[in-house]
Design a protein around this ligand. Sequence first.
Ligand SMILES: [Zn+2]
Length: 220
Amino acid sequence: MTNGIRLVLLGRQGSGKGTQAVRLAEHFDVPHISTGDMLRAAVKDGTEFGLKAKAVMDAGGLVSDEIMVGVVQERLAQPDAAGRGYILDGFPRTEAQARALEAITSTLPLEVVLNLEVAESEVIERITKRRVCRSCGRIYSVDTPPADDWTCDTDGGEVVQRDDDTEGAVRKRLELYAAETLPLVEFYRAGGQAVEVDGLGTPDDVFGRVIDAITVHQSA
Ligand SMILES: [Zn+2]
């Protein structure tokens, strides 16, 4: 078994970050902790910050940084993450969150912040080509459509473009990422934790590059 790792994953939507996160978690035998899952689990388990988050969300509000950092801290303190480490996906998103994360991980600091680099033009193309079955969620693309006129091969459902996947919606999210999250790469470069990997290619190709880059970083 490999040693564990304490890793944060950064990358634009459509960069293939989710796929690499799952593979990294398997490879290093650590939990894959995504923001959404973590928040849902905290609410379900009724943790201190889970209850605070629930109160805000039930009132239709957005969970503040303070509550989100509390949820992250609670999750990282659980035995699996505290023991071998974690792949943290979707947090931090801002420099303020990164500084808060630095504070709560001061005894066991982050080892690697992996930035999966895929150009904006490429992710726009990937996402705007995506089509999804309304009934089962199976994913297609303009390049790999269902056999029969946008009818799902699995269950005959209607295969459509999601509102979130239109070019305007994607560009809006990319602008937010460029403004809020991209500066984190510089922040972690300065801290010596940044590892940058080209995210173009098949998931296998990218994963090979990721592991090589982490190995080089850890032996440096
Ligand atoms: Zn379907």
